[in-house]
Design a protein around this ligand. Structure first.
Ligand code: NAD
Length: 314
């Protein structure tokens, strides 16, 4: 058990919501998941159970933990009932500004002022999401990454009115349940990690668009190159490792040649126009069979689970 049990409410029972619920239930907290869609709520426990069984298969948890963990996860279609007695509420509904503003205004009315209200928005402004609420000091961004039960990172992002106490309480709770929170100092689009991730994707797509390399080889250059190193050596450490003088010399020469467009690539728009949406349609930048899609999904889950096994074994 990590810290004293605190009731956690998760609003939105989709891909992210059920994973966030699992994290807290596994750490010993009672969790209430709320959704307007009762079918989504019915899927919460089976999905959490399937995730937990995978953790058992890889020796990450004891099978005996499954029933107690599932027992801690309750569901409700009523927001008022779901937040009763909660210490922290995570919102994980669709990425829609008006919907999030409405839910936060409702949560603000329903919850006593000491209850922290957190949004899992991927990219939207925390300040704007909180703008229709009165007690904005207790509203904070907690950006989990997919799949939330396997990716340790959570970005903790203050809006302009968020108190430092809210940031620190959210940070501490996330750390207690085994996540790796990072503090983002300001509410900027893309927060911290998506800014870096999409700077890389913009360049990758631009390289393909300009015929410098094929998509598969762009990925290979990362998977068999600096991607291996990135897991243990971040860019700030790496800049010091090679020397800030060398980093300066490289940037001085190459930055002007890198993609700097503020808009999505025309190659990406062309894919949309052609209906080539990737896994959804079997074709994106590359062609995908059903087996190929399954192989990628299995490869990712296996990699993430083995990462946890390696950490557990020191
Ligand atoms: P999802 O579509 O899987 O689930 C959203 C759920 O919200 C649905 O079950 C829906 O019924 C429910 N919902 C809609 N309106 C509601 C309301 N008024 N009250 C309660 N529930 C309501 O979405 P997701 O992928 O889980 O994303 C949720 C949030 O997390 C979004 O803000 C998204 O940007 C963010 N996020 C997603 C990912 C990702 O990889 N999918 C990663 C990080 C953050």
């Amino acid at each position: 058990m990590s810290g004293n049990p605190m009731k956690i409410t998760v609003v939105g029972a989709g891909l992210m919501g059920h994973g966030i619920a699992q994290i807290f239930a596994l750490a010993g907290h009672p969790v209430q998941v709320c959704d307007i869609d009762s079918e989504a709520l019915e899927q919460v426990r089976p999905k959490v159970e399937a995730n937990l069984e995978q953790l058992v298969q890889y020796g990450l948890i004891d099978a005996a933990k499954i029933p107690t963990c599932l027992e801690r996860v309750r569901t409700s279609t009523s927001l008022a009932r779901a937040v009763q007695g909660a210490g922290l509420v995570f919102e994980a509904v669709l990425e829609n500004m008006e919907l999030k503003q409405k839910i936060f205004a409702e949560l603000d009315d329903l919850c006593p002022t000491q209850v922290i209200l957190a949004t899992n928005t991927s990219v939207m402004s925390i300040t704007e999401i909180a703008s229709k609420s009165r007690n904005r000091e207790r509203i904070v961004g907690t950006h989990f990454w997919n799949p939330p039960h396997l990716i340790p990172l959570v970005e903790v992002v203050p809006g302009t009115d968020t108190s430092q106490a809210t940031v620190e309480t959210a940070y501490d709770l996330l750390a207690q349940v085994g996540k790796r929170p990072v503090r983002v100092k300001r509410d900027v689009p893309g927060f911290l990690a998506n800014r870096m991730q999409h700077a890389l994707w913009r360049e990758a797509i631009s390289i393909v668009e300009h015929g410098i390399a094929d998509p598969a080889e762009v990925d290979e250059a990362i998977k068999y190159g600096f991607g291996i190193r990135l897991a243990v050596l971040g860019p700030m450490e790496n800049a010091d490792l090679v020397g800030t003088d060398l980093t300066f010399a490289i940037h001085d020469y190459v930055l002007k040649h890198l993609e700097s467009s503020p808009n999505p690539s025309p190659a990406l728009s062309a894919k949309l126009e052609a209906g080539d949406l990737g896994f959804k349609t079997g074709k994106g930048f590359q062609e995908w069979s059903d087996e190929g899609i399954q192989e990628v999904r299995n490869r990712l889950t296996d990699h993430l689970l083995k990462w946890h096994v390696a950490r557990k074994n020191g």
